[in-house]
Design a protein around this ligand. Sequence first.
Ligand code: F1P
Length: 291
Amino acid sequence: SYMEQELRSQPGTWREAAKIGGADGPLPGAGRRVAVVGCGTSWFMAQAYAALREGAGLGVTDAFAASEAFLGAGRGYDTVLAITRSGTTTEVLRVLEEVKGRVPTVTVLGDPDTPATELSDATVPLPFADERSVVQTRFATTALALLRAHLGADLSAAVRDAEEALTAPVEKEWLDAEQFSFLGTGWTYGLANEAALKMREASQSWTESYPAMEYRHGPISIAAPGRVTWVFGEVPEGLEADVARTGARFVHHDRDPLADLVLVQRIALERARARGLDPDNPRSLTRSVML
Ligand code: F1P
């Protein structure tokens, strides 16, 4: 399947993106107030980037689902950063249209020959990470790799961890699990949202996602034997013991969190196969959502 080829190419596409992100370009520099918009997977990458950029002290950075951004009056942002693989997603184009001439825009996209390029002041095209599968894998992670590199991160460990995540065993318990809760803190909360979406889109699995410390405020009531609680990044104190008491399987890996997402993509693919589903053409989804 395309999904398999595309997810397997990830360490290489991250390496490419790190070069672009590390060089001078149109991405927002320190001190700017940035609104980041996207839909679906691209929104979750926006969330991860916003947490990383603001956490690095580079300026206010807020992520919005493009449909909920309402940036018409500019809202005090100096830059609008859009993320879209297709460059055709209606809600993203609406934001770009709305702020045109008022707030400078830069769009990270897969296909540069699309309406998003027309509407943006600047673009960072990642054609080598574009995809044929409806379900996004490498475009999203490569866009985030680029943005991490632009924030000054050294991605060599992440690339190595992604290579390892491509060969790590996919455990039977993950293939058989009835439900997954994905958790994260800071930037890894966006990854948790993306992991949950990936499993739904590709394999129609029942998944949820929460900020890790929110999990104890209600959602943990879902945890039970035969279900999985998977934490990206740091594990807050006491969480593992709380999950263990429910009988759910607690999963946490030491690899780079973006590389751990690669393992979840593989689980989504395997679960789709086991159910006879085609992850390149999932039920009720199209490659780009246009009105
Ligand atoms: C965004 C998106 C995908 C989703 C689905 C519909 O597309 O929401 O994340 O998986 O395929 O489109 P894009 O704006 O990044 O092209």
